[in-house]
Design a protein around this ligand. Structure first.
Ligand SMILES: Cc1cc2nc3c(=O)[nH]c(=O)nc-3n(C[C@H](O)[C@H](O)[C@H](O)COP(=O)(O)OP(=O)(O)OC[C@H]3O[C@@H](n4cnc5c(N)ncnc54)[C@H](O)[C@@H]3O)c2cc1C
Ligand code: FES
Length: 279
């Protein structure tokens, strides 16, 4: 039996600084062994544990889509010990990836529906994976309208700028990219994600909403969706609890009866509504 704690060795293929404060960097990781790449079968919404030998492991959402091949993308915010070490690593360095872990967004069950994606800050990572997956020519015909609402504090804090430009240029995606306050050189939308969501007014008819962002954004976006007529079972939220094992054993990530790492991180709002607000 395979040891679920053993990471796959991966090499940093490319690093990209994403934001003007340089605190968010994207890492493209290539598997050292072909058979590991074949074993790592994932779907948008899942996460992995990134490990640095002798230092530790951290859960990070998978920002690439399986439609992009075997190289994995992670976008990491510099917060503490492991993420700081990662920010000092360079292309060619070797590290570990354990996973894929957790549940994905229910994209297969959502075929035939309109998809509304609402992202705040750097939580856009797994929603980038979702967008790339949905817009893949093989997948796009299986879905109706796609609405993408994404907000960052400032233009320089938006991630994946080239992709945002490409998505804004498509006539089969309604893009609402916003920043919190007016900024020099920005002629796009200004306003917080909940306000922009209310203005965009995505219809709940035959639709699902995938929402991921900081707690404050989630808190103020939920009533907007309620007002627009969305039901709790149409809204998917992704939680970021503190984790250790990532596989439902250590009990560190629990909320009510759920282990967020195994039963989530993706939950319907209906599942979360009756839980203590520990997340
Ligand atoms: C499912 C999931 C997906 C995530 N996806 C991303 C992502 O795509 N990009 C990204 O930058 N971060 C993501 N995170 C958060 C990331 O795991 C933490 O920021 C990281 O563990 C911090 O590690 P550190 O050793 O550098 O910081 P530490 O020195 O351990 O802590 C620094 C700060 O980070 C917070 N933190 C520490 N561990 C966690 C944790 N496991 N979960 C949440 N917060 C934590 C603490 O509140 C602390 O204030 C995700 C977390 C989860 C659970
Ligand atoms: S992280 Fe160990 S049970 Fe979830």
């Amino acid at each position: 039996m395979n040891n679920p704690y053993l990471p796959y060795p991966v090499r940093i293929a490319d690093v990209r600084v994403e934001t003007e404060d340089k605190n968010l960097r994207s890492y493209w990781l290539s598997f050292e062994n072909k058979e590991d790449a074949a074993a790592f079968r994932y779907e948008p919404g899942q996460f992995a544990e990134l490990s640095i030998a002798g230092l530790g492991e951290i859960p990070i959402g998978i920002a690439s889509s399986p439609t992009e091949g075997d190289t994995l993308l992670f976008t990491v915010n510099k917060t503490g010990v492991v993420t700081t070490k990662l920010h000092n690593m360079q292309p060619g360095d070797v590290m570990g990836v354990r996973g894929p872990l957790g549940k994905s967004y229910p994209l297969a069950a959502s075929e035939g529906k309109n998809i509304v994606i609402i992202a705040g800050g750097f939580a856009v990572t797994t929603l980038r994976a979702t967008m790339v997956w949905l817009l893949n020519p093989e997948n796009r015909p299986k879905y109706g309208d796609i609405t993408f609402i994404y907000g960052a504090r400032a233009p320089g804090m938006l991630l994946y700028k080239d992709e945002l430009t490409a998505w804004q240029g498509r006539d089969d995606v309604r893009c609402h990219i916003t920043v919190d306050r007016p900024a020099e050189g920005w002629d796009g939308i200004v306003g917080f994600v909940p306000t922009v969501t209310e203005q965009a007014a995505p219809s709940p008819d035959n639709a699902v909403a995938l929402v991921c962002g900081p707690p404050i954004m989630i808190k103020y976006t939920q009533p907007v969706l309620d007002k627009l007529g969305w039901q709790a079972d149409q809204i998917l939220l992704s939680l970021e609890n503190r984790m250790k094992c990532g596989i439902g054993i250590c009990g560190r990530c629990n909320v009510g009866p759920y282990m967020v790492c195994k039963d989530g991180p993706v939950f319907t709002k209906a599942e979360l509504d009756h839980l203590p607000k520990e997340y």
